[in-house]
Design a protein around this ligand. Structure first.
Ligand SMILES: [Zn+2]
Length: 313
């Protein structure tokens, strides 16, 4: 079912791309926001492997594409200035973000991006920083792997990968984050302990944001206006808790639903494009140029129609 959905959206996007978007000039009032998680060497043939991983050569091709096509890569701060009208948008702008805060952004992604003058931004899970063990993320939680060797009698491809690259499977430490921040990397929050905010009450929500801000203040001397929800967007937050983010100085919230951000009408939760290992450079280009912008309005429309039909108004 998921594959079918993917195939349908791919063909519609391909068609829309050919018929409409490719002919249109890039509109400076839209900013695509990319969401990466990991840049890891070697494809991991395991059903437990992280799906939002790209290979270094893919990441390099994508950064080279942005540079070649004249994209102005923004820091989170520059994005806010552009959104507030303080900085005029360039013809083509992009915001490149990473979630979670794994060591591979420092070890691999950073030097590749620098080669093409692309600025990166990090949404960091503050409570994970500095832990030496491999961090395993699952669809609804996480755990630290304290003894890799004992994990399985016969480790699968993922186990082998972790064993081979333990330095890429741990979270970043504060020294690495400070170094990247001083180098110009934008820093946002991704919760303190990567909890699903849809399952948190107001007190826990506030505690998560406050702990994150306190850690950034203590370690980097900053407060961040930017927050990306763990576990995407739909079902990952409660609308009634959104004012609590403002109370803790967060002004911009990011999800992972498809579409580019329209500067003149920023939604409450900003869309971001997840970048997958399966993405070809064509798919990457379509994401940047707006060929998938129809999906979110369609989903919202469908939600409005389907819900009353299926469950009564
Ligand atoms: Zn995350």
């Amino acid at each position: 079912m998921r594959k079918l959905k993917l195939a349908i959206s791919e063909s519609v996007a391909g068609l829309a791309w050919k018929l409409v978007y490719k002919r249109r000039q890039q509109d400076s009032s839209f900013i695509p926001i990319l969401c990466y998680h990991r840049v890891l060497p070697e494809f991991i043939e395991s059903e437990n492997s992280p799906i939002y991983t790209v290979l270094p050569e893919q990441f390099e091709a994508q950064m080279a594409f942005l540079a070649r096509e004249g994209y102005d890569s923004l820091t989170l701060q520059e994005f806010a200035e552009t959104a507030r009208g303080l900085k005029p948008p360039k013809k083509r702008s992009v915001l490149v973000t990473f979630d979670d805060g794994y060591a591979d952004i420092h070890a691999i992604a950073r030097s590749i991006a620098r080669r093409y003058d692309i600025k990166l931004n990090l949404f960091v899970t503050t409570g994970f920083i500095g832990r030496p063990e491999p961090l395993m993320m699952t669809l609804d939680g996480y755990y630290f792997q304290t003894a890799i060797a004992d994990r399985q009698e016969k480790p699968d491809a993922l186990g082998f990968h972790i064993k081979k690259y333990p330095h890429l499977w741990r979270p970043l430490n504060w020294q690495e984050i400070r170094e990247m921040h001083e180098d110009g990397m934008g820093i946002g929050l991704h919760g303190h302990s990567h909890r699903n905010f849809a399952r948190l009450g107001p007190d826990e929500t506030e505690a998560e944001i406050a702990s994150g801000q306190a850690a950034l203040k203590e370690r980097l001397g900053i407060t961040s206006e930017f927050f990306a929800f763990p576990y995407g967007w739909h079902d990952s937050y409660r609308p009634e808790t959104l004012p609590l983010f403002r109370r803790h100085r967060v002004q911009y919230l990011f999800g992972t639903h498809m579409g580019r951000a329209r500067l003149s009408r920023l939604p409450e939760i900003l869309p971001r494009f997840l970048i997958y290992q399966q993405d070809s450079l064509d798919t990457f280009e379509r994401k940047l140029r707006g060929a998938y912008d129809f999906i979110e309005p369609l989903r919202l429309f469908w939600d409005r129609v389907k819900r009353p039909l299926l469950f009564g108004a």
